[in-house]
Design a protein around this ligand. Sequence first.
Ligand SMILES: NC(=O)c1ccc[n+]([C@@H]2O[C@H](COP(=O)([O-])OP(=O)(O)OC[C@H]3O[C@@H](n4cnc5c(N)ncnc54)[C@H](OP(=O)(O)O)[C@@H]3O)[C@@H](O)[C@H]2O)c1
Length: 211
Amino acid sequence: MRIVVFGSTGATGRQVVAQALAAGHEVTAFLREPAKAPPARDGLRVAVGQVTSDQAAVTAAVSGADAVVSTLGTERTWQGLSSPTVMARATPLIVRAMEETGVGRLVWLSGLGVGDTLAQVPALPRLSYRALRRVYADKAAGEQTLRRSTLDWTLVYPVMLTNRARTGRYRHGEYLELSGLPTVSRADVADFILGRVASGDYLRKIAVIAG
Ligand SMILES: NC(=O)c1ccc[n+]([C@@H]2O[C@H](COP(=O)([O-])OP(=O)(O)OC[C@H]3O[C@@H](n4cnc5c(N)ncnc54)[C@H](OP(=O)(O)O)[C@@H]3O)[C@@H](O)[C@H]2O)c1
């Protein structure tokens, strides 16, 4: 498949790109800083642009793809002083690009605790959510745009991410019984995302994932 990855330079995005290439997919890694591009290899194309403002670059990258993945994260800002807006700004551009070019499939990485999924967060991790509230408000704003679109989206809500190895052993569902301080590795989240791209399940549904 031809897959475009936004957030391709991030910790999870790099896993998605590497696993997708290893599986034989053709990958377009969209990024804003050319110096962060992954090493050239067969099947990899790099597209440079601002996902938050450059509609032409986003549309050109998406055109001809079979699916789009976003592992975008948030600007590193001091949360108490400023509000992140990357999701609210990027989502309309990606949705417009996909709708205009007829690319339907979108798998979007969010975080457990955004929107209605807050109800699934166990008591312990919930303690840190006050500090994340602006980040999560931005994610929720972006996700409203996705939900209103005509796209075949899947919203992926992982618990706390780690850099542990890919195991292929994780739980997922629209609702998970969680307790304590659950974690899942970024490599397993990438595995799950690419599985959804290939299978086309969880269409216009959420998927919570925990290790
Ligand atoms: N940490 C956790 O425990 C946890 C738990 C659940 C969900 N999540 C969510 O999972 C997602 C992936 O996490 P991660 O740790 O892999 O993220 P990450 O390593 O911080 O990567 C973030 C990616 O987003 C890009 N990005 C950030 N701000 C941008 C902007 N203004 N314009 C364009 N690109 C921008 C970065 O590009 P540059 O390289 O150019 O900066 C990078 O590719 C995030 O949405 C995160 O909130 C995290």
